[in-house]
Each structure stands twice: as structure tokens, then as C-alpha cells.
Design a protein around this ligand. Sequence first.
Ligand code: ATP
Length: 296
Amino acid sequence: MSPSDGRNAEGRGELNRPGQTTSPSDGRSAAVSRPILSVEELTMRFGGLVAVDDVSFTAETNDITAIIGPNGAGKTTLFNCITGFYRPSAGAITLHGPLGEAALHRLAGHRIARAGVARTFQNIRLFQGMTVLENLLVAQHNRLMAATGLGIGAVLGLSRYPAAEREAIERARHWLDATALLERADDPAGALPYGAQRRLEIARAMCTEPALLCLDEPAAGLNPRESDELSMLLRQIRDGGCSILLIEHDMSVVMGISDRIVVLDHGRKIADAVPSAIRADARVIAAYLGEGDEGE
Ligand SMILES: Nc1ncnc2c1ncn2[C@@H]1O[C@H](COP(=O)(O)OP(=O)(O)OP(=O)(O)O)[C@@H](O)[C@H]1O
């Protein structure tokens, strides 16, 4: 799937991770699509309430796939199933990641992270008292431990530890630069303005080098300029080779950057198409009007 209308020509500056190469951006449209995530007949019940009801969709590699829908539609519950916070009542979630296929519906959260999925939350969850840089180093703790024999190498003063630590700092600096936070590296995270904290959350997720980045309302509380900067950052992350799953209520962000949009209403999928088709979809318009909100 490579819809021309879902692809924005502007803001194509690619944002490679350290040591990563990408194919030219003009090669993206010609690339054969490959799924990064398959959700099949997913259901999540809370007692008698069906929060996600038999939902199936596919997110393609190197796409931004948005999940939208009125309040209570089941978006966050779907995210929580994908990222291991909830064990689904039924259905399957498969990540087609760099380490092969992973059945996410059966894995614990930390193993889902290791398989290549990172997420941010609706409510900011940073270590407020730690510095900005420390927040990014903590995110790489597991990788650092694994690279050094679970820390024993560090204790014994073996040479791999300093190299792994240097790489972690380099990766952190790369994402601080990408999110315009380099100058705030030594400030406590809690001292950053709200929009900068949101960017730091994304930088922290990217430090784990995910194949799939799941963002839960990243534009919430941002002013229009910050939302535009966020859109640019997300395009750059996508063009750098990371697929994105995005829950967002800000329709200017969603329509501006999404390659595909899945719409939920009362737990059910009611539409799944490129942005231009979603704008014109009568069921989608009715769902938002039913909420007393046209969504745009
Ligand atoms: N842990 C839970 N226990 C019981 N009910 C829940 C739980 N989590 C979510 N729900 C219910 O499931 C439904 C879907 O909620 P969810 O938060 O997934 O919707 P949403 O689309 O993310 O909404 P919003 O846009 O307002 O964040 C709601 O009716 C909600 O009250």
C-alpha cells in the first residue's frame, strides 16, 4: 500500500539512527508494502463491556498508521493489548519485526519491548527528577546490561562496557538533537516545558531503536506550532525506517501525516482507508457527529 494522497512530499528529511542507513526517500513509494503489525479478530472485554470488538487491521512497514475514533471508542485499550498491558480476551496480534514474527498477544510487556515495540503514554511518564540525558540512558539500561553480560563486565572492568556506554550516550545525543533538546540535556526532565517533555518521551522511546513506535495522543496539549513540529518529527522518524502507530485526536496532525487511518467506534472498526477516503466516509462523519464533535 502506497497511497499517493497519504504521503506528504514536504518534510522528507530522513532521520537515521546512529549507524543506520536508509533507502532514498523517493524509493519509498516504489517499495513493495510489507506488514509490520497484523491485528486479527481482536476482542478485549472488561466484564460485560466489550471495549475492543473483533477488530482486524494491518499496519504496513514504514507507514504512519493512525487509530482514531470518538472518546471511549477503544483506541487506548487496543494499544494496551498491542504493548502487553492487557492480555486480549480473543484474537491475535503479530509483529513482523527485525527478529522475525512475534505473537504479541502471548508476550509479557518487557518481551514485547525486546521484540521491537516502544510506546508513549497519554499522560507523560518521565523520571521528573532525573536529567533529560539520564532519562534516555535509563531507557537503554536493558540493552547496556545485555551487551556487558548483565553488568558483570562493568564490575570486572572489561572493555566492552565503556564502548556500550559510549554508544548509549551517542544514541541519546542523536535523539536529543533530533527532538531539539540537546541544550537541555543536563536539566531535570521535570523542568522542561510541556511540549518539550512530550518530545523527550518520543526520544526516550526511539533510544530503544524500535521497529514499531506506538504513540498515544502525542499532540495532546501542544500549541499549533508545536503540533507542526511534532508532525515533522514523526515524518522524519518514519522516513528513517521506523513504522508508527498513532492514536491522535488532533485531526490536522492525523490528516497531515498518516498513510492509513483505522477508525474505531464503540470498539468496532468502522473504516480503514487512506486519509482522503476517511474524510469522505459517511460512517466516520456520523460517528464523530454523534459525539457532538465533527473531529476537525
Ligand atoms: N481497565 C478498564 N476496566 C474497565 N473498563 C475499561 C478499562 N479500560 C477501558 N475501559 C472502557 O473501555 C472503553 C474504551 O476505552 P478506551 O480508553 O480504550 O477508549 P479510547 O478510544 O482510548 O478513549 P479516549 O479517546 O477518551 O482516550 C471505555 O468504555 C472505557 O471506560
